[in-house]
Write a protein that binds this ligand. Structure first.
Ligand SMILES: Cc1ncc(COP(=O)(O)O)c(C=O)c1O
Length: 382
């Protein structure tokens, strides 16, 4: 059982976070994007020391954390100046605040479903209007952005593009050519690009991530990126993320207004993660790749009519279950009611997700194997 995905289910069941509380005890939870790991040792030590010191007050070390984030992020294609980093509460806040502060009320924001389900609601909560331009071949080995559709939407008045890069749920990294083309389109139509890059640290071994802001001068003129240590190190509850503002003269996304709600524990843990836990991160990436190898066997054995592509990054797999028409538009619903396994519902990612389900494979080999045995039985019965 590859470390760090080797925590026994009996231990995980003690957790009070969403993954382990949302469903009854007989359900295997492979839905929300939490991971079944213990914290990296440096993070455990930092948080334990803060607890024993009573160091539980407000976050104040804005410059320090910005320096940490800038240094870490410089591995993704360009040297990030630390003054461009704005610590925020979480990625959702970073995306919403960026959009709300740079666009006029009601402006159209292009997004590319099937995509992380809060994107539409986030755009609306920022007082803006979602404009759907679905990914091309989202059900294939080669999903990519619809550049023609994006240009048409911008030409019709949309003022921004919200990217999910790496893309959730397909796990694809948009190519630097595509990203550079989006940047040029944004410049042509005086639009803005916000790139949600929360999954960036979790590329599969040997795969390199390039931030949107790294692809060209133009990308930095038109863009902001938002990321966090929270997916890679399982820190979502601690509330710390960061925006990288490519163009501070143009975009009024400022530390003074936005860093106040950053979690003190999140920043302490984030620093321990991004500075002292990089070997642990490599072990995590290797363990996820090993789970993908196992999944290839389990898919062939238990869901031979399903299709999927190995993600380039992250720990979710996008399962195309349309080869089992009896499972209907929302296979996750039947997997839950009949198989006692919780996956994420495909249609929640957009109408393009009908007949799909998303599976979080950041779990032990035992849980993954048992999951496929259960969902394979449900699929075979329909
Ligand atoms: C693409 C994407 N963005 C943002 C989030 C949530 O991030 P946060 O909890 O920091 O808002 C997730 C969570 O899975 C995600 O997949």
């Amino acid at each position: 059982m590859p470390f760090p995905l080797d925590v026994p289910e009996s231990e995980l069941r003690k957790r009070r976070s969403e993954k382990w509380q949302a469903h009854p005890e007989d359900v295997l939870p492979l839905f929300v994007a939490e991971t079944d790991v213990l914290l990296a040792p440096a993070i455990q030590e930092r948080l334990t020391a803060a607890v024993s010191d009573g160091d539980t007050g407000y976050f104040t070390e804005v410059e320090r954390f910005a320096g940490v984030a800038a240094h870490f992020y410089s591995r993704f294609g360009w040297e990030v100046p630390e003054e461009l980093v704005v610590p925020v509460n979480d990625v959702g806040v970073g995306v919403r605040e960026s959009l709300a502060r740079v666009l006029p009320a009601g402006a159209g924001v292009v997004y590319s479903p099937p995509v992380y389900m809060p994107f539409g609601p986030w755009i609306r909560r920022a007082g803006l209007s979602p404009v759907s331009v679905p990914l091309i071949k989202y059900d294939d080995d080669d999903p990519h952005l619809d550049l023609i559709g994006i240009e048409a939407a911008l030409a019709e008045g949309a003022r921004a593009v919200l990217l999910c890069h790496p893309h959730n749920p397909t796990g694809v990294l948009h190519s630097t050519t595509e990203l550079a083309a989006v940047a040029e389109l944004a410049k042509k139509y005086d639009a803005v690009v916000v790139s949600d890059e929360i999954w960036a640290p979790l590329t599969m071994p040997g795969v390199e991530f390039t931030s949107f802001l790294a692809v060209s001068e133009t990308a930095r003129e038109v863009g902001l990126a938002v990321s966090s240590a929270s997916k890679a190190f399982n820190l979502a509850g601690l509330k710390c993320a960061f925006v990288i503002n490519g163009n501070p003269e143009r975009f009024k996304v400022r530390r003074s207004a936005l860093s106040g709600a950053t979690g003190h524990f999140g920043a302490l843990a984030g620093e321990a993660a991004l500075v002292d836990s990089l070997d642990w991160l490599d072990q995590m990436r290797a363990a996820l790749a090993s789970n993908l190898d196992l999944m290839e066997k389990l898919m062939a054995e238990h869901l031979p009519r399903a299709r999927w592509r190995r993600p380039d990054s992250g720990f979710v797999a996008w399962l195309d279950l349309r080869g089992y028409p009896g499972l209907g538009d929302d296979p996750a619903a039947l997997f839950l009611s009949e198989g006692r396994v919780a996956l994420s519902s495909g249609p929640a990612f957009g109408t393009e997700g009908k007949g799909f389900a998303r599976l979080n494979f950041a779990c032990s080999e035992e849980i993954l194997t048992e999951t496929f045995e259960r969902i394979g039985r449900v699929a075979a019965a329909h």
